[in-house]
Design a binder for this molecule. Structure first.
Ligand code: TA6
Length: 296
């Protein structure tokens, strides 16, 4: 662990130089470097708050127990902030596990926990359910795996949404194509949350994009840069993926989004379970996450 207090973070490095950095605040991955540590794969705003004062603008914020603005009223999440409390809570570092398997490829797994007792009074009052989250971040030579285990520790059933709000770093958004979504139904939040079907084989970003693709049949969404595959984002037990780019006006409007031109160097590909609600009986467990492969 590096540093102390709200901005403390866990850094892990492989013998070959790859690295990952995770803030205890929100268990937010803020850096993932592949290619021996030469290639940063995540976009992080130059004005991202890293002191625990607000959700990190970049990296991989953890969204739980609700995605987006919560239901207006009458739901346990109704008085939670947008995207829930996980990304603005202080998680515990549970430990590090390294493994050298036979193919001389190494990996290191960092575990983080968030429990009811770790919530702010405000969050606990807003969502008075007993739960436990264990979030595992596993760095391997060319991939980063992030998986959450949600457990219902209480007597009452509860329902939740979960999403990993991953900001992928790209060289030039005008040369990016996102594939693996052909034929999938999506809610377009830029077009008044109307429902559409993805008719092109790839999604290009030529303006603000904010789409919730749901019930995706195959588990990999890929980011192609200038014709070369750059990332594979593989979902594990999650059926939905959000594609987001704020574009010019929205980027300017976010005080913690910098530089303003930064929208040209990022695209959010966010795997999750956000259509409807995941239900958890007493004592039941849900596990889901992603493996992001860096292909260059
Ligand atoms: O995932 C896309 C989205 O829901 C957008 O609608 C936008 O609100 C984005 O998340 C960022 O939300 P935030 O609360 O981090 O500013």
């Amino acid at each position: 662990i590096v540093g102390s207090g709200p901005s403390s973070k866990v850094v892990a490095t492989l013998p070959s130089g790859e690295s990952v950095e995770v803030l205890l605040y929100g268990a937010t991955v803020t850096s993932w470097k592949s290619n021996g540590g030469k290639t940063e794969n995540l976009w992080l705003s130059e004005k991202a708050a890293l002191d625990g004062s607000k959700a990190v603008r970049g990296g991989i914020p953890v969204v739980f127990p609700v995605f987006g603005p919560p239901p207006k009223s009458g739901h346990p999440t109704s008085s939670l902030p947008q995207h829930g409390f996980a990304r603005t809570s202080r998680w515990e570092f549970l430990g590090k596990t390294t493994s050298e398997d036979t193919l001389d490829s190494n990996s290191v797994k960092l575990d983080f926990g968030l429990y009811t007792t770790g919530l702010s009074d405000e969050a606990r009052k807003a969502w008075p359910l007993d739960f436990g989250l264990v979030y595992s971040v596993t760095l391997a030579k060319d991939s980063l795996q992030t998986v959450v285990n949600v457990r219902n520790e209480g007597e009452k059933n509860f329902e939740f949404q979960f999403l990993l709000h991953t900001y992928l770093k790209v060289k030039d958004i005008s040369k990016v194509a996102i594939t693996g979504l052909l034929g999938v139904t999506y809610i377009d939040k830029v077009l008044n949350a109307t429902e559409h079907s993805q008719s092109d084989a790839s999604v290009s970003i030529t303006g603000e994009v904010d789409r919730v693709y749901a019930g995706i049949p195959q588990n990999t969404t890929s980011v192609v840069e200038d014709g070369t595959p750059r990332f594979d984002v593989v979902r594990d037990n999650l059926q939905d993926t959000v594609v987001w780019n704020p574009w010019i006006e929205k980027a300017k409007a976010m005080g913690d989004f910098a530089p303003d031109e930064g929208y040209k160097n990022m695209v959010c590909v966010e795997v999750g379970a956000v259509k409807g609600w995941q239900k958890l009986e007493k004592g039941e467990v849900f596990e889901g996450g992603q493996t992001i492969k860096s292909l260059v």
